[in-house]
Design a protein around this ligand. Structure first.
Ligand code: CTP
Ligand code: CA
Length: 224
């Protein structure tokens, strides 16, 4: 089987994938986070491994399990995810950042559980570091960087802004307006926009099939 494996298209390629949400602690029992099952990112990591790549999957809190052999790095917060990504980015030939990273985190984390009071509660939030943008600024020649965009309106304009400001090779646009696409579903409907602003609209598919389409696009860029 090692002989068969050596003929796979992504043998020798190191891939970094992020998946799932991040949890930002408010106190020891509470957090702020986004909806994300992690399914899309795990499907991408599995597909890359199936194609022979050496895959590192940085995963936020999720119930998913990998079906293929991938190196999993479990993280909780956006800050942890950034640190793990920075550690693996240098070596990576390509990165696909599908995680639903929290944009804000509590400015202070209470060391003890915040007790409820009659008055309301205000929690001060500060911005997290944009992981994808940080990697985009460090990208070297030949490295391929892929991001996602989750939009509810002005989808393509917003996705193109993200593609350009984060220095991506292509962006996978997920529209929450498409039925069957979303957080807890097994299906997804995507549009890929590349750095030449070439746009490909895909049908509603299982997340496994969407992962195939994304990896096919990645392989075209790697071989180009
Ligand atoms: N992303 C990231 N680090 C963050 C926020 C987002 O790496 N702190 C990445 C996501 O993994 C995704 C891409 O950036 O690949 C776009 O995420 P999205 O939430 O759609 O865009 P934002 O740039 O965060 O903008 P906004 O939420 O305001 O639309
Ligand atoms: Ca965001």
């Amino acid at each position: 089987t090692s002989d068969i494996r050596s003929k796979l298209p992504l043998v020798g390629q190191k891939m970094l994938v992020t998946a799932g949400p991040t949890y930002e602690a408010i106190d020891p029992v509470r957090f702020i986070g986004n909806h994300s099952s992690g399914k899309m990112g795990f499907a991408i990591a599995d597909r890359l491994a199936e194609l022979g790549a050496d895959v590192t999957l940085v995963a936020g809190p999720t119930a998913q399990k990998s079906k293929q052999q991938v190196t999993r790095v479990d993280v909780t917060s956006a800050a942890d995810m950034l640190a793990a990504c920075l550690q693996h980015f240098e070596d990576a030939d390509a990165c696909i950042m599908s995680a639903a990273v929290a944009d804000y985190t509590p400015a202070q984390v209470a060391t003890q559980k915040i007790k409820k009071q009659d008055a309301g509660l205000n929690i001060e939030l500060k911005k997290t570091t944009d992981i994808l943008k940080t990697l985009g600024a460090r990208k070297r020649d030949g490295q391929v960087l892929v991001g996602f965009a989750l939009e509810t309106n002005d989808e393509e304009d917003n996705a193109i802004k993200k593609l350009q400001s984060k220095n991506l090779d292509f962006i996978v646009l997920n529209s929450l307006n498409d039925s069957g696409a979303g957080f807890q579903t097994d299906t997804n409907k995507i549009t890929i926009i590349d750095s030449d602003l070439q746009k490909t609209v895909f049908d509603l598919k299982t997340k496994e099939d969407v992962a195939r389409d994304i990896c096919d696009k990645l392989m075209q860029l790697i071989n180009a």
